[in-house]
Structure formats: C-alpha cells, structure tokens
Design a protein around this ligand. Structure first.
Ligand code: SAH
Length: 220
C-alpha cells in the first residue's frame, strides 16, 4: 500500500513486542514485511481495557459477543501465506471481529474489504480502524459465507472463521492467480487450507491445524 496511507506507527519498542516478534520468528514466520507489521500494529488498541496487558502475548483474547481476536501467530501465518503467492492488490477478509487482521492486511496490500456478521463488532471495528488512520479498508456488516461479491473479484481472500466446506461462490470471487486462505472443518480443530486459482482450475493444500470460531450464516 502507499506509504501516505500508513497510520502513525505504534510506539511499541518494548520488550513485550520484541518477545512476540522472536516467538513468531521461532514458529516459522520468515517474511520480514509481516514481522515488521506485526511489531507495529498496536494490538492493545483492538482489545478492551481489561486485556491490554495481555495484548502483546501470542494468544487469542475475548472481544465480546463470544468472539476472539486471533492469536498473533495465526494472523502472521495467514498473512504470510496470502502474500507468498504473489503481490495482492484487492483482498477480502471474512470475519472482521476486532479489525486486527484487517489492519495487518491493510499495511501490506492496496485495499482491504472486510465483512462481519455481528453488528456491534462491525461498527466498533470500523470506528477503531478509522481512528487509527486507515483509509484503504472498507468494512461491511454482512454475512460473508458466500463472500462479498459486490466488490469482487479479489486476488486474495482470508476467512477468519472455520467453514465446514468452502463455498463455491467464494471460489468464484477469486481472480485467476488469486489465493484463498481458509480454516476448513466442522470440529474444534480445523485445517488451514490454501487454495490457488490457476489458469485451468484450483489447487489446494493443508498447511496447519488451527482452532477458529465457526463461520455462521445470517446477521446478528
Ligand atoms: N479477524 C478477527 C477474528 C475474529 S473471530 C480479528 O482479528 O479480530 C471471527 C469473526 O468471524 C467473528 O467476529 C465472527 O462474528 C465472524 N463471522 C463468523 N461467521 C461469519 C460470516 N458468515 N460472515 C461474516 N463474519 C462472520
């Protein structure tokens, strides 16, 4: 994305940030751009006051409405996987939640569209991202089970809730050369799947076991 769109850098030179960065590195995050963004997007600003002291730790935290902000390692891994297939210009995220993954993406791609099915989360994430200075994010209050076709197609899609199966209309919103990163499975533990759209069809591989809240239909 353009440098002029970057929000002011977090003043986060603390040892907590250094510890998190070291842990991400040790767990296989090798993309220097991703590591840098993880160190400066201010995760404490995406959680409630009572969780501030935990926010630079590598763990998921509650964000209200029975949802969680993802573990930093999972955010970094999904972002690294999305970018590894080539530069991404227009990216869709399904499951805005706190807006943290949205912000990480917005630092690295030109434009992010993000949908959330819970109104209160969608509205607070929109306000938070605006206050942080992001101008390349478009938040929508919608059920993203089948993507967000009105703004597609996308060259990258990230789903931050677990789907029992990948919707064909989501796949249809990927441009040729595009990549989808999605946790797949109906149980507590799911597989993080990377699906690429090639010139003649789709290829898919599972890269890690993950634990996401379920992708649910309808709005709340
Ligand atoms: N990316 C978020 C993670 C939030 S948890 C963050 O960084 O904070 C997953 C989110 O997906 C929840 O907020 C949940 O409400 C949302 N979600 C679940 N099913 C959805 C659907 N069909 N459409 C849009 N959002 C959905």
């Amino acid at each position: 994305m353009k440098a002029s769109l970057l929000p002011s850098r977090a003043r986060a030179g603390s040892s907590a940030v250094a510890r998190l960065t070291a842990e991400l590195r040790a767990n296989g995050i090798t993309d220097a751009r991703v590591l840098e963004v993880m160190a400066h997007v201010p995760r404490p600003q995406f959680v409630d006051g009572s969780w501030q002291t935990e926010a630079w730790k590598n763990k998921p935290l509650p964000i209200g409405s029975a949802q969680t902000i993802s573990q930093p390692f999972v955010v970094a891994l999904m972002t690294q996987l999305l970018l590894a297939g080539g530069p991404r210009r227009q990216v869709l995220e399904i499951g805005t939640g706190s807006g943290y993954q949205t912000a990480v993406l917005a630092e690295l791609v030109e434009c992010v569209f993000s949908v959330e099915r819970i109104r209160s989360l969608s509205e607070s994430a929109r306000r938070r991202l605006r206050a942080l200075g992001y101008r390349n994010i478009h938040c929508g209050y919608a059920d993203g089970t089948d993507g967000w076709s009105v703004h597609g197609a996308y060259d990258g899609i990230i789903v931050t809730a677990a789907a029992a199966a990948v919707s064909p209309s989501l796949l249809a919103q990927l441009v040729p050369g595009g990549r989808l990163v999605v946790p797949v499975g109906g149980g507590e533990i799911q597989q993080l799947r990377v699906i690429d759209r090639g010139p003649t069809g789709f290829t898919s591989r599972d890269v890690a076991a993950v634990n996401f809240v379920p992708l649910l239909g309808g709005r709340a």
